[in-house]
Design a protein around this ligand. Structure first.
Ligand code: PEP
Length: 254
């Protein structure tokens, strides 16, 4: 399976700053992205078209939206639609990121509506799941992952579920590891990814084997290759360390 190395730029970078970072990336990748890697960037909305323009006609590079509201259009002040993202050139969307769940109180129900709507609109979805420290310490890891997966994927129509390969990726991001410098250890990552693969198999049958499961949470150039080499780790979702081209390039090459 092609490994996905994804960058979440969160609320960082003006358009000129995004253009500068992406120019450094494309220059360094001019000889081609490692063939077994897909490099995916989730810039802020205002820079989606900037990154799309820099990636045009290049292989194994893609751009996604960090957020959207799951209806076609309407009186939703401050929101962005999937049509707007499509127009800007995005092909992926991030759904269920822990900052959306915990800072903006997005419920499992909204995450489910966003997942279904984005798939229906032809987007590829990166669905983020992960437990808080409190949940982990209470021994609830599997229950949390099961609840988050089943609430997001359970309501999908049967026809959608059969065609998720190539259109859905899962990102395991323990909340306690995001932006904290605390990376999950190999045993913790292995355990969570194996649990996710098993849960996906229960829900989706054979398709589960074809769904990439990424790890995210304080990934750095120093720990990326160890993480990406673990069983059931099909890529990395990187926040802080993706903001500097040189550091993200080291992760891409890990
Ligand atoms: C993220 O935003 O998805 C993330 C994993 O952030 P960081 O790498 O900074 O922990």
């Amino acid at each position: 399976m092609q490994k996905i190395i994804a960058a979440n730029w969160k609320m960082y970078k003006t358009r000129p700053e995004a253009a500068q970072t992406v120019a450094e990336l494309t220059q360094a990748l001019a000889g081609g992205t490692p063939h077994d890697r897909l490099v995916l960037i989730f810039p802020p909305f205002t820079s989606v078209d900037v990154v799309v323009a820099a990636f045009r006609d290049k292989k194994n590079l893609a751009v996604g939206g960090q957020n959207f509201y799951p209806v076609e259009q309407g009186a939703f002040t401050g929101e962005i639609s999937t049509a707007m993202l499509k127009d800007a050139g995005a092909t992926w969307v991030l759904v269920g990121h822990s900052e959306r769940r915990h800072v903006f109180s997005e419920s499992d129900e909204l995450v489910a509506r966003k997942t279904a709507f984005a798939l229906e609109q032809g987007f590829k979805v990166m669905l983020c799941v992960g437990e808080t420290l409190q949940e982990r310490e209470a021994g609830q890891l599997r229950d949390v992952l099961s609840r988050q997966l089943s609430s997001a994927l359970g309501p999908l129509p049967e026809a959608q579920r059969g065609t998720l390969a190539g259109r859905l990726a899962i990102a395991y991001e323990p909340v306690w590891a995001i932006g904290t410098g605390k990376v999950a250890g190999p045993a913790e990552v292995r355990e969570a990814h194996a649990a996710l693969r098993a849960l996906l198999a229960e829900m989706l049958g054979e398709t589960a084997a074809d769904l990439p499961i990424l790890y995210g949470g304080s990934v750095k150039p120093t720990n990326a290759s160890a993480l990406v080499g673990l069983d059931n780790v099909d890529g990395l979702l990187v926040g802080g360390a993706s903001l500097e081209a040189q550091s993200f390039l080291q992760i891409i090459g890990s």
